[in-house]
Design a binder for this molecule. Sequence first.
Ligand code: TPP
Length: 409
Amino acid sequence: MKHLETQLSETENWNYMAEKVTYKDNILPKNTVKGSQFSQPLFEFSGACAGCGETPYIKLITQLVGDRMMVANATGCSSIYGGSAPATPYCRNKAGQGPAWANSLFEDNAEYGFGMNLGVEQMKIRINDLSLQYEPEGSSAELKALLKEWRENRNNAEKTKELKDKLIPLLEKDNAKSAKEILKLKQYIVKKSIWIFGGDGWAYDIGFGGLDHVIASGDDVNILVMDTEVYSNTGGQSSKATPTAAVAKFAASGKKIRKKDLGMIAMSYGYVYVAQVSMGANQSQYLKAVLEAEAYPGPSLIIAYAPCINHGLRAGMGKSQLEAKLAVECGYWSLYRYNPLLEEEGKNPFILDSKEADYSKFQDFLMGEVRYTSLKKEFPGKADELFKSAEENAKWRLNNYKRLASAGD
Ligand SMILES: Cc1ncc(C[n+]2csc(CCOP(=O)(O)OP(=O)(O)O)c2C)c(N)n1
């Protein structure tokens, strides 16, 4: 920290950047890692711990769909750094568009986002009905044609963006009652991207009943679980996502049982898009997962490995992306995408994206984090046994994925 007076000269630089320098987001296609980074993040300057593994996942989503997204945020770190009033890291682009964000409770967030989606869908049904009412009532053939195009493409984000720009000027000068009513609902013309954010404590434990209900509903919502393997915001309590041997509150002598496989549960429905990702290990796989989840016309679940200050990284939080890479290389965490649309094409819906695990690095990975090394200090005898079963459990889990990936070969 430095004295404010010594830093105020930056104001001029900031204003120059904000007013004169524009985003060059049409240079490269947005659906590439490089291209996506030219887009304005609509999530910036959060109050998360330096090196937080969660925030980069959110930032990318806002770069891709932030101008039309709605977020239901479970209580946890992401709701605290996401909405610490009076400041918020969520912001708007030059056109005034940005994420609409709200936080309900720790225990009902999936339902909360589900309700947002129901509300938006209801408004779209109303626009649809009003547009049919315009047919006999209105006089503009051009408007009728555009409204028909909207009805046919209302779930196509890019198309609805194009149509909105054409529709609004025509609606504004039309005197028909239905046109006036549609205008009142103009913020629902563009297809919204509904997101449900939360941590593992919410998704695996407290909010699981709701999450399960929402994914089972088949509705088009996207869920991002930032898996820190503990309840981070309340000081690192153990959750069902905590793996074997990790020390956490309520698991002071190391977790004895294995981590729950939330992705496997979700995949069992067969109509839920599921991805397990780790940005530090493979940025392009995460980008693909977000684009596919967003485009999938049903529920999607992305489970993201997020290094956390609670893990006690030996290399420090400045290396959290590297830690996420090491986690995948040694087989501690795997990358996959399960896309039900592939099954419709007669293909295996499960794709294992991570390369062959190098288990020789597994124990070294554990020794790079205090949540594991502290077990060795406290309970040296028990520790080795638990570290061994941590590795066996990781292998067991990865073998399940390998079986799925080779099904039908
Ligand atoms: C029903 C209920 N129990 C407990 C809390 C207190 N609480 C707030 S956030 C949180 C932990 C959240 O952990 P997680 O979902 O893993 O998210 P993270 O902080 O790791 O991002 C808890 C226990 C609460 N808000 N409501």
